[in-house]
Design a protein around this ligand. Sequence first.
Ligand code: MN
Length: 339
Amino acid sequence: MYFEQLSPAFGTFVDSVREKKVVVVGHARPDGDCIGCQVALGRVLRAMGAESVCLNQDPVPRRLDFLCPEEFFVKPGEWKPEGHVAVAVDCADPDRPGVAVRDLLAGFDANIDHHISNTGYAGLNLVDSTSAATAEILAGLFLDNGYPIDPITALGLYVGIATDTGQFRFPSTTPRVFEISGRLLHLGADPARASRCLYERESLEKMKLLEAYLSSLRLECGNRVCLGVLPQDVFRKTGAGPDDTEGLVDYARSIDGVDIGVILEDRGVEIKGSFRAKDPRYRVCDLARHFGGGGHDCAAGFTVEMPFDSFYPNLLKVLLEHFREVDSGGDKQETDGGK
Ligand SMILES: [Mn+2]
């Protein structure tokens, strides 16, 4: 058994919804773990006799559309919640699905998640923060209960695990991650196809955006911070979309000697920023919180209403203070390594 504590309760829950309608809810701006889990749970529930749909406030990103070969996803405006059992996946709290979904549902019957900050908001809370991905939990629950995992379900779970572990690179990558992933490969998940679909279908516009970001990179704070700025007109000039900024900041972090990578989007009235640290001791969530945002130790973000010219010197000051505190071993709590 992978999840001795959770699997029997999951089995009882699935038995109780076999003849029912179930809605599988994911979070706003869904990622690979979220969509992979929704597809996988939706398919397994159908195989077990339930009538399932997946509900998201935002559309499935193009990068992940290969996981959804059939019409499975419904939009808040086109769907009636009456008579549905609601299950949330990869959502730390009931607001994560977004306002449009939250307003539609009275609450959640079950919640399957790996965030340490999960608030236990559902009737049944299947939460394990030692898991690298919600897909790792879900795969374990299916395997423990002997449920049928077809190749698409296996691929969805594999993609959830692969993306949330940064392709098996993050500290959350445990022996269990590889064991469960190995089982998924036996069941038909194809890692080469997954990586082709995920990472080798970029648009030229995204590459132009990357070019703009890379050409803006500069080193700050004694070369420990690498920072790049996307100016206001960059989307018009490159033809890229707002989702195309994903992953850009990793290039700033990847430079030798850099501890924290930063991306700043100058939106005129506001600035959207993201921090990425190489080591959890840099606790970039504290930095983001300083500007009204939040996140994890190695990945965090914020949006602040301020003109760029007054924000930038302020950011550098905060970064320098933060380094002083971290270097002196000034320890605050906070250890949410998950994503
Ligand atoms: Mn996740």
